[in-house]
Design a protein around this ligand. Structure first.
Ligand code: HEC
Ligand code: HEC
Ligand code: HEC
Ligand code: HEC
Length: 186
């Protein structure tokens, strides 16, 4: 009988919570938009091959073929830091005659919009994996009937001149009520 009374008293205590001790769970802090932003590391693709808003041809189309050592970049573009393994020549990638384009195997121009075919020239296996969706990233929808599936192109992630990833800061672990509850269940 005493046990039953104690149980009822406890139930009433917890139900009405006279001391307000039940307010233990606080709202989790808002997740910063940067942590769920799907923009790739280098942002979005530009509209054309250009430097500081100027298309390459603006200067280069009117210049004679330069007499610079092809392994050097000259001084004009000295802000370009090329750390791409054994790939040390500007014209391995850039088209010397048509400066707004990249250069294919036979020197044929590759437009900016097809930059992945430039990378494919030397990174066949990665290009193949990327085409199949095993390298890089897809954004949007799996079911294309519901919306667009967007394949991210190589240079929105890799800096073409220095393609290895710079260290990234990891986002903090999620701290949601659901995660806390399931952690307690186990
Ligand atoms: C504002 C003018 C200007 C623009 C725009 C420009 N360049 Fe140049 N670029 C130059 C000059 C001047 C040189 C001569 C090199 C030097 O400094 O001795 C040069 C040199 C180069 C070289 C070194 C080899 C060579 O031809 O001498 C490369 C490669 C190159 N530019 C690529 C590009 C690419 C790619 C773009 C577009 C993304 C571009 N440039 C846009 C002015 C420009
Ligand atoms: C691996 C191929 C590759 C090599 C090698 C390379 N580039 Fe580029 N370069 C690119 C690609 C791809 C872009 C377009 C980048 C973008 O739009 O994000 C680019 C963009 C540029 C730009 C415009 C972007 C900016 O920041 O102003 C300049 C200028 C340039 N390259 C100059 C050079 C010079 C000079 C060299 C040689 C020292 C060189 N590149 C070597 C692939 C290459
Ligand atoms: C002319 C050949 C050539 C082209 C074109 C080329 N690469 Fe490379 N890439 C190389 C070489 C060579 C290495 C160095 C491999 C090594 O050192 O093991 C390399 C290395 C890399 C690495 C690995 C970096 C590291 O240190 O682990 C990445 C990522 C990469 N390239 C991305 C790209 C992308 C993106 C493009 C297109 C914009 C591209 N490459 C175009 C030849 C090329
Ligand atoms: C969504 C971003 C993204 C895209 C798009 C992307 N990559 Fe990568 N790639 C990565 C990451 C992340 C790594 C691993 C980097 C590391 O370990 O430092 C990587 C690694 C690489 C490596 C080096 C692998 C090694 O074993 O060292 C190469 C080469 C490469 N990518 C080429 C490409 C090419 C070519 C394309 C386009 C056809 C491409 N990537 C598209 C994110 C991307």
């Amino acid at each position: 009988m005493a046990a039953l009374a104690a149980c009822i008293a406890a139930a009433l205590y917890f139900w009405f919570d006279p001391l307000g001790a039940g307010e233990r769970t606080s709202e989790p802090p808002a997740v910063k938009p940067a942590y769920y932003d799907t923009t790739p590391v280098r942002g979005r693709l530009k509209t054309a091959l250009m430097t500081e808003g100027t298309p390459c041809g603006t200067c280069h189309d009117s210049m004679d073929p330069p007499a610079v050592d092809p392994s050097k970049r000259g001084t004009f573009h000295s802000q370009i830091v090329l750390r791409h393994g054994a790939n040390v020549r500007c014209f391995n990638c850039h088209n010397s005659g048509k400066r707004d384009f990249f250069s294919g195997f036979g020197g044929e121009p590759i437009p900016y919009s097809r930059v992945e075919t430039l990378c494919a020239k030397c990174h066949g296996p990665h290009y193949r994996d990327w085409q199949q969706g095993a390298h890089g990233r897809r954004n949007g929808y799996w079911n294309t009937a519901m919306g667009e599936r967007k394949t991210q192109v190589c240079i929105v992630c890799h800096d073409p001149h220095w393609p290895v990833f710079k260290p990234l800061r990891a986002a903090p672990a999620p701290r949601t009520l659901r995660v806390t509850a399931s952690a307690e269940e186990h």
